[in-house]
Design a protein around this ligand. Structure first.
Ligand code: HEC
Length: 147
């Protein structure tokens, strides 16, 4: 009886390891594929995401510094993964993002910056809901809690 239990246990362990190995390899392959396939726009988005996180931190620490950033042209001129990501609607969202960014950079105090920063996150999400819904959940985490 005891032996059977041990055998079953060993069997399970071997199976489980084999399974993780298989999963790991597929995961690695997927990551490699993805890295080779990052479009200009996807790379720009990684930077934008990083920037947003660092502004959030700076606002939180009270060390936010105003800067003037031109992003509109980059947004509309970077080559996307999906060629349908272009045209007047996309340009409108890009413009909206630039405006949210300008008004964040003009905010005169931390409370205002917090509100403007949240508007900026909304501008990310508005474009994403139409063009790239996948990361919306991640982007939502950038919000400062209301109030
Ligand atoms: C004008 C539209 C637009 C705005 C504004 C926008 N995004 Fe994106 N985002 C996209 C599109 C389209 C993609 C898909 C890019 C591709 O694969 O070519 C994308 C991709 C991403 C990705 C995935 C990148 C990857 O690793 O493949 C993240 C994360 C992201 N955006 C975060 C943000 C954040 C954070 C903001 C705001 C601070 C933002 N985006 C603003 C359109 C937008």
């Amino acid at each position: 009886m005891k032996r059977t239990v041990i055998l079953v246990l060993i069997g399970f362990l071997v199976w489980a390891c084999a399974n993780t190995d298989a999963a790991n390899t597929t995961e690695n392959k997927k990551t490699e594929l993805k890295m080779a396939e990052w479009s200009e726009l996807a790379l720009l988005m990684r930077d934008i995401h990083k920037d947003a996180k660092s502004w959030r931190k700076a606002i939180d620490n009270g060390t936010f510094e105003q800067d003037s950033i031109a992003i509109y042209k980059l947004l509309v001129e970077s080559k996307p993964t999906d060629e349908d990501v272009e045209g007047p609607v996309f340009e409108g969202f890009a413009q909206n993002y630039q405006m949210a960014l300008d008004s964040l950079m003009l905010s005169k105090n931390i409370d205002l910056a917090k509100a403007k920063y949240n508007n900026l996150v909304t501008a990310c999400i508005t474009c994403h809901q139409t063009y790239c819904p996948g990361p919306v959940k991640t982007i939502r985490k950038l919000y400062f809690p209301e109030g």
